[in-house]
Design a protein around this ligand. Structure first.
Ligand code: ADP
Ligand code: MG
Length: 360
């Protein structure tokens, strides 16, 4: 639904030009949490602003539901910004002179929506700020202000939420809560979060796109184990050239050393188990026993007869069992064994000459 094709952005200032974004091609799914990760100045905000239609690219196109931004009129851009995209910024960008409710409803007023109150209450409820509508932003904590900003983005019910360093001004615990809220939204929306915090990206992201000097240097997708077992995980088909795929794969191994070690360890364990299981399957106690006697050249083998004697009392119908071990063998049995040993143990007939049977 959202595709960036060969996006380049060059800023010119005082005769100098900065290539903030350099030929970036990406496509985004309809929902899920995508992180754009990279150091300060690598072009993350530029990427987000172009994606949200806040700025236009020097070259390249954005495709929204198959339509190219090249064909967009200024009114189309307004429509896209106002109804398809919700923005969240590091500094919250709330208007201090307005109440929380007014801040949230502003975007809806722009759209001419009438029933503001219930829409605002709904949005505030989704971010856990029920009943905060009449408060002023300066009475709120940083985390609460960011929740108001999320509610403001949500109230338009956009399909895409773009967040630029939403946790940048928060302590890590509050930041984690904000990301958890955004993660919930990503169940039915595309949430793109820009950050330089790799830990957050790895914890909350379904996919991590890494930028450096305006270029995408890696693009990794996380396959959450629970999702996989639910069968809900869809693999994005790869259309990468082999060399690039190998490079990206190697980069992601560096990013996730723990996963690499775990994979090696689990592969090792499964190979050992496989080897053990196949050995056990081929193991036949009788032939091993007989072969080992035979191979060791042992001239004598002592065989004992054991059996279970079962008798039923005809009056009481009670059955009794009695095991007899080391029972004497009759001559006929011994003779039969001379022949039968071949059949019983499956050994070559030559081995029979080595077996001297001693009945007890
Ligand atoms: P990030 O968000 O990753 O820190 P930005 O996208 O803000 O990076 O910036 C990328 C590069 O583009 C930087 O070198 C920055 O100085 C430059 N840049 C960003 N915006 C402008 C602008 N409006 N005018 C000139 N240069 C800009
Ligand atoms: Mg930035």
């Amino acid at each position: 639904m959202l595709k960036l094709s060969h996006l380049t952005k060059v800023y010119r200032e005082k005769g100098e030009s900065v290539r903030a974004l350099d030929d970036v091609t990406l496509s985004f799914p309809e929902k899920g949490m995508v992180f754009v990760l990279g150091k300060s100045g690598c072009g993350k905000s530029t990427l987000l602003n172009l994606t949200g239609g806040l700025d236009s690219p020097t070259s390249g196109e954005i495709f929204i539901n198959g339509r190219s931004s090249g064909d967009f009129s200024p009114t189309d851009y307004d429509g896209y910004r106002n109804s398809c995209v919700g923005f969240i910024f590091q500094e919250y960008n709330l208007l201090d002179e307005f109440t929380v409710g007014q801040n949230v409803s502003l975007a809806l007023q722009l759209q001419g929506v009438k029933d503001l109150r219930s829409a605002v209450e709904n949005a505030l409820r989704r971010v856990g700020l029920e009943g905060f509508a009449d408060r002023k932003p300066n009475t709120l904590s940083g985390g609460q202000k960011q929740r108001v900003a999320i509610a403001r983005a949500l109230v338009k019910d956009p399909q895409i939420v773009l967040a630029d360093e939403p946790t940048g001004a928060l302590d890590s615990e509050t930041g984690g809560e904000i990301l958890a809220t955004l993660k919930e939204l990503s169940e039915d929306k595309l949430v793109v979060v820009v950050t330089h915090d790799r830990e957050f990206a790895e914890e909350y992201g379904d996919r991590i796109i890494e930028l450096k000097d305006g270029k995408v240097i890696s693009d990794t997708e996380k396959a959450p184990a629970e999702e996989e077992s639910k069968g809900g995980f869809k693999q994005v088909p790869s259309r990468l050239p082999m060399a690039r795929a190998i490079r990206m794969g190697a980069a992601s191994l560096r990013v996730k050393p723990f996963r690499l070690v775990l994979t090696v360890l689990l592969s090792f364990v499964s190979f050992v188990l496989f080897g053990w299981a196949s050995t056990m399957m081929l193991y036949n106690r009788r032939s091993v026993l007989v072969n080992s006697y035979y191979e060791s050249g042992n001239p004598y083998v002592r065989l004992e007869k054991s059996y279970t004697f079962r008798s039923t009392d005809l009056l009481t119908n009670e059955t009794q069992e009695k095991s007899v071990e080391g029972a004497p063998m009759g001559n006929r049995e011994i003779a039969a064994l001379g022949e039968g040993a071949v059949g019983i143990y499956g050994v070559k007939s030559t081995s029979v000459s080595n077996l001297i049977v001693s009945g007890v």
